[in-house]
Design a protein around this ligand. Structure first.
Ligand code: ATP
Ligand code: MG
Length: 363
């Protein structure tokens, strides 16, 4: 196999996310990866970029530790809220674990907890289905999911199967007892106030939604999964696991975003950073080798956080135009810049030394 260094640039997919903006048919965009790699930043920016080419965009956080609010510096709720500064970009934060108001009707709560004991995750799957049902009626052109760290994302993809099991369980009881509610509910340790048919109907309704959505999730015209990572061993390893799981679930994925890349030209004089650049390059090469049919976008590590619409918008440039450090190594400009950085570092250190010496003398 050709190494990344010799891969012909003409063969490799474009190193940007433009393909996602060009794909008009796209309806669901999942953004996932290990904790802290930049999922929320990337999903926020993707939604901002999509808002410039699509009619209406909704970005949803399914991570209980919501941070869309931090990224946009605006408080969001479980209902879509217009993002300040936009006329067609909405955001909402849902907690898949929180009990859905809709589900906690007569007898449902007790039943749900029983069902959850029998089939772990069914409650989460049900509230996810309810959310999707709601979102589908809202008719956004495209929906971006900022998912929770990898493990949770994969659970989310298993929801249809989980719901299926939940439904089977209820059906099984119904069949076994020939609709004799008393016995079935007693078996579940429930009161007599449970309306079995209503509950069955509800589960079935949700299953319909999730089946329909599941079909859409498996359609590469409608759905894609963007993997966010950083150039480190663990992240490479997790990305591979994620890509394989996605293939297993038949979910399309052809974009990888490598975030927090340190560029050689910017490592200036730090030995530590230079060593990191070398290490990162090793993993970046491996990403290119493993995923030579993916659009791999590299994003620079910034000295500051990416917070607020302005910062998101500034950073979004690097999603469409490959990042190039301002200075080229070895040029007069770059050397001048290095010398001036070193000079000011020296001045700072001298001033600090002065202060410490004076402090010692005073003591
Ligand atoms: N390239 C970058 N340079 C500097 N800071 C960054 C960069 N990308 C993201 N950040 C900052 O790093 C922090 C973590 O990013 P973000 O919240 O997007 O990660 P996450 O994957 O969503 O994390 P979590 O798993 O906790 O949800 C944020 O404060 C964000 O502003
Ligand atoms: Mg996040």
């Amino acid at each position: 196999m050709a190494s990344a260094a010799v891969v012909d640039a003409g063969d490799a997919p474009e190193p940007t996310v433009r393909n996602l903006l060009d794909q008009d048919s796209l309806k669901w965009v999942f953004v996932g990866g290990k904790g802290g790699v930049g999922k929320t930043t990337c999903s926020s920016i993707l939604s901002v970029l999509l808002a410039s080419v699509r009619q209406s965009v909704l970005v949803i956080s399914t991570d209980p530790a919501h941070n869309l609010s931090d990224a946009f510096q605006q408080r969001f709720t479980k209902f879509p809220t217009l993002v300040r500064g936009f006329s067609n970009l909405y955001a909402m934060e849902i907690d898949p674990k929180v009990e859905n108001d809709d589900l906690s009707g007569e007898g449902m709560e007790g039943f749900l907890s029983e069902l959850t004991n029998a089939i772990p995750g069914v409650d989460e799957a049900m509230s996810f289905a309810e959310m999707l049902k709601l979102v589908q009626t809202m008719d956004y052109s495209v929906v971006v999911f900022d998912t929770a760290p990898t493990g949770h994302t994969l659970r989310l993809l298993q929801f249809p199967a989980t719901l299926e099991k939940g439904l089977e369980k209820v059906m099984e009881l119904k069949n076994r007892f020939g609709g004799l509610l008393d016995q079935a509910t007693r078996l579940f340790g429930l009161g007599d106030d449970l309306n079995e048919d209503a509950m069955l109907g509800r589960l079935e309704g949700m299953k319909d939604v999730i089946e329909q959505v599941n079909k859409q999730f498996k359609d590469p015209d409608l759905t894609t999964f963007v993997c966010v990572c950083i150039p480190e061993f663990l992240s490479l390893y997790e990305t591979e696991r994620l890509v394989q799981e996605l293939a297993k679930f038949e979910i399309d994925s052809h974009n990888i975003i490598i975030n927090q890349v340190i560029f050689d030209e910017e490592a200036v004089e730090s030995k530590l950073l230079k060593a990191r650049v070398k290490m990162q390059q090793k993993y970046i090469d491996q990403f290119h080798m493993l995923y030579d049919d993916f659009n791999i976008t590299k994003l620079p590590l910034l000295p500051e956080e990416v917070c607020g619409v302005q910062a998101l918008q500034n950073f979004s440039r690097h999603f469409l135009t490959p990042y190039k450090p301002a200075l080229k190594r070895g040029t007069v400009e770059e050397l001048e810049s290095r010398v001036s950085i070193l000079k000011s570092a020296l001045q700072e250190a001298e001033a600090e030394l002065d202060r410490v010496r004076k402090g010692k003398q005073a003591a």
